[in-house]
Write a protein that binds this ligand. Sequence first.
Ligand SMILES: Cc1cc2nc3c(=O)[nH]c(=O)nc-3n(C[C@H](O)[C@H](O)[C@H](O)COP(=O)(O)OP(=O)(O)OC[C@H]3O[C@@H](n4cnc5c(N)ncnc54)[C@H](O)[C@@H]3O)c2cc1C
Length: 498
Amino acid sequence: MADRVYDTLIVGAGFTGIGTAIKLTQAGVDDFVILEREDRVGGTWRDNTYPGAACDVPSLLYSFSFVKNPNWSRAYSPAGEICDHIEAMVDTFDLRRRIQFGVEVNKLDFDEQEGVWTLTTTAHKRFRARTVVLSSGPLPDHKWPDIRGLDTYEGHKIHSAHWDHDYDFAGKRVAVIGTGASAVQIIPELVKRADFVKVFQRTPGWVLPRLDVSMPAAAQELFAKVPATQELARQVLYWGHEVTATAMVWDTPLTSLVARLGKAHIRSQVSDPWLRRQLTPDFTPGCKRMLISSDYYPALQRDNCKLIDWPIATMSPAGIRTSDGVEHHLDAVVFATGYDVHLTGPPYPITGLGGRTLNADWADGAQAYKSINASGYPNLFFMTGPNSGPGHNSLLVYVEGQIQYAVSGITTILRDNLRYLDVRADVQRRYNRRIQKRLTKTTWMSGCSSWYLTKDGFNASMYPGFATQYLRQMRDFRFGDYQAVAREAAAPAVSSTA
Ligand SMILES: Cc1cc2nc3c(=O)[nH]c(=O)nc-3n(C[C@H](O)[C@H](O)[C@H](O)COP(=O)(O)OP(=O)(O)OC[C@H]3O[C@@H](n4cnc5c(N)ncnc54)[C@H](O)[C@@H]3O)c2cc1C
């Protein structure tokens, strides 16, 4: 049994966990440990090593403003380079000694008498801390699709999130199931390697061109010598993305302009009218995640590639049978079928005040205050939590706001020696009423089915506003929104006012 009580435990060593650790250290919080289930840092960018894996937000914006990298090799950097950048952050800020690898958290319990969280691991080890930052990621676990006969298939199965680099595609007939964000990156690479690629599409997405260029050496030099120029470039990108919210977040006349741009992109790259029809989406742009690619449509038109939009009826030992009765014989199937999105909370039990459990509280969809604190679960900070997802800007911009907020909360608890700080239920309720009302006007609620919504259509994932609005609310840590209980007191020592 572990009796040591840390000030803070951070779960997960992806961008978010490492960024939080940097900012905690800078705020003078030194007594913390990062628990990471794998043996390396990097999260998403460690796991997704499929050919073509790269960010689809420019690297100058898809990175933290407080750790600049002047050496990005491209406008949209590949996964390996992003992962190296996260490793470099760990070394620069001397964080490696604070990370415990191979530790998978599978349970959290709050002891309200002590004001201490106990984290249990799959190896039955226990860690205790006064505050916890859950940065285990928005998409940490990949998902196999629910296809009849999946287990009967005798060829090679590869999931995009766990690429098999030993498999040689040369001379092979390969299928890709899925046409989402990972698939549009994989397919252009796969058609260069495999004998034949069949792409199985359920719903075509909106695809906009990706203006990817290698970063000129002169720009890298300038960013290194005059960091203010990199900040300027970041600001230009930030505000450029903010403007796109008026088309991507809300359904406005500009949304139809995006649809026109998407259709023009299809027309300019696809010559066959039937293929154009197959690739034209029938939902409002923004409703599902936008796809950014300039080489997806050309790849589909190569002689060794074919788009199939007949629904998959079943998998068979030889391959895939579609509902038109055709059996597709395949040596390998690539599943670009996404992730388990935990819309009702983390996939392990969390027990808060009075024995309440998060999975029960969030059974109809997750709800938190400012996406980061949930009433009844004090001293616990959810990163990339409910309704924090962006539809138009870099996730890391939002994460910066969360880090700032979590650091304010943690330093308040430690400085004021609080047993706990719990967001008031009425404050959380009011906040969520506003969020859900604002969501009704967004593209995400315009009628398509997407992984942003629960099966009942509840949106527990996206933030209905500009990143600037989100950041403003995260800068404002209001003590009065919380019930604060002093360490020594039995009753609330600092009762907040409504
Ligand atoms: C293929 C792909 C491409 C993406 N591209 C973009 C993009 O271009 N732009 C963008 O804004 N966003 C993008 N995203 C979203 C992306 O997930 C985030 O931008 C970012 O990686 C989130 O960082 P994170 O640290 O919160 O989570 P992660 O990177 O997922 O890291 C979470 C870490 O927690 C660890 N962990 C999980 N559970 C446990 C546990 N129980 N115990 C201990 N450790 C645990 C994991 O091993 C992992 O290391 C992309 C996502 C994917 C999957």
